[in-house]
Design a protein around this ligand. Structure first.
Ligand SMILES: Cc1cc2nc3c(=O)[nH]c(=O)nc-3n(C[C@H](O)[C@H](O)[C@H](O)COP(=O)(O)OP(=O)(O)OC[C@H]3O[C@@H](n4cnc5c(N)ncnc54)[C@H](O)[C@@H]3O)c2cc1C
Length: 346
């Protein structure tokens, strides 16, 4: 693969002088964009991520038989020039592609195709491919869930379940969903309160594998009059591997209301109900070979705050993510970028 560069590598103007030590908590697109821009400008940056890798809600679940599902973000759009440039570089590197699937609406068995209003992109081979690539050069500590911060002189020390994390930091950024940022921002109560004011909607997602085609005339649809709000066929997206020819893999997203109601239900129960809702919405009585549920407790902000990031100069604590400035993938990227610019301009 050709060497991969990002517009984030030249985002911040060259400057001499010492750089603060920065910890970024969360390796979703916002935290990785922030960390990559700072790293390229010479900042000592460390990223801490509770899961096994970068990408966050731009997530792909691989099943035992090798099939994969994008069970979080479904696609992204690019309106801002910098993000468009990032997407172009990803496409050049084979890490993203336009998704020209047929998308429509679905209501009680009736499918209506929608006009394409904007270009939709997906990561290739999975949604988070580009974020993983951006994170490759970073000091990324996987499977570290940061629980709290403590002052150590003028700096901060991070604590995970297993105890203190090596190193101290002048600046700590919570690049995590708003409710998860609250405890991390305890040292800046004003910021913690602002993060605490953001509500995030849940989404229960079901990944269902069918032995034969569901024979819908769309690759994905917004669903009305159903506990589901969105359905999408994995094979309809570019660069997805077919494991068993003839099979179809569908992602079924519950609406915010139905997801909230079923949030604490057993995953098997959710899988059964969402498959039933799929059958009712499509008018096809299909039995899946396998159906697995995933709970996104914090899927989307409702609504996002207006500021594109939070930062408290006195404590050195900050936050970014899709709940700052603009929701969704592009908004999260731009939130990380805005905070990088702010930190570099101080
Ligand atoms: C079901 C669903 C569907 C969506 N559909 C779309 C869509 O179609 N289009 C679109 O543009 N957007 C969509 N989104 C939203 C999009 O995924 C997000 O806006 C974007 O990915 C958010 O990025 P982020 O960096 O702000 O946060 P995240 O991606 O959530 O990243 C935060 C990271 O922080 C980590 N973390 C959290 N707490 C800690 C801790 N204490 N210590 C260490 N690590 C921690 C998490 O594991 C995660 O990796 C969807 C989201 C979901 C869940």
């Amino acid at each position: 693969m050709a060497s991969f560069t990002s517009p984030l590598d030249t985002l911040l103007p060259k400057r001499s002088g010492p750089r603060p030590r920065v910890a970024v908590i969360g390796a979703g697109i916002s935290g990785v964009a922030l960390a990559r821009a700072l790293h390229s400008a010479g900042y000592p940056v460390q990223v801490f991520e509770k899961s096994r890798g970068a990408g966050g809600r731009m997530a792909t679940r691989r099943t035992e038989d090798g099939g994969a599902f994008d069970h979080g973000a479904q696609y992204f759009t690019a309106r801002d020039a910098l993000f468009q440039e990032q997407v172009r570089r990803w496409m050049d590197a084979g890490l993203a592609a336009e998704w020209n699937g047929v998308i429509g609406t679905l209501e009680h068995g009736r499918v209506t195709r929608s006009e394409r209003e904007h270009t939709r992109y997906v990561g290739v081979p999975g949604m988070g491919a580009g974020v993983k690539q951006l994170a490759e050069e970073l000091a990324l500590h996987r499977e570290v869930r940061v629980e709290r911060l403590e002052r150590e002189g003028p700096a901060w020390r991070l604590f995970a379940e297993s105890g203190p994390v090596p190193g101290v930091f002048d600046v700590v950024v919570a690049a995590v969903p708003a409710p998860q940022a609250v405890p991390l921002l305890a040292g800046a109560p004003g910021l913690a309160a602002r993060a605490g004011s953001v509500r995030m909607q849940p989404c229960l997602a079901v990944m269902a594998r069918f032995a034969s085609s569901v024979e819908l005339e769309v690759d994905a649809a917004f669903v009305h009059g159903s506990p589901l709000s969105w359905i999408a066929r994995e094979e309809g997206k570019p660069g997805r591997r077919t494991v068993h020819p003839g099979e179809e893999r569908w992602v079924l997203h519950g609406s915010p209301e139905a997801s909230r109601e079923a949030l604490e239900d057993a995953p098997e129960q959710v899988a059964t109900r969402w498959v039933e809702a799929f059958a009712a919405a499509t008018g096809r009585d299909m039995r899946p070979v396998e159906a697995v549920a995933h709970r996104w407790r914090y899927a989307l902000p409702a609504p996002a705050r207006e500021e594109s990031f939070l930062f408290d100069a006195a404590s050195g604590l900050g936050a970014c993510g899709d709940w700052c400035g603009g929701p969704r993938v592009e908004g999260a990227f731009l939130s990380g970028v805005a905070l990088a610019r702010h930190l570099h301009s101080r």
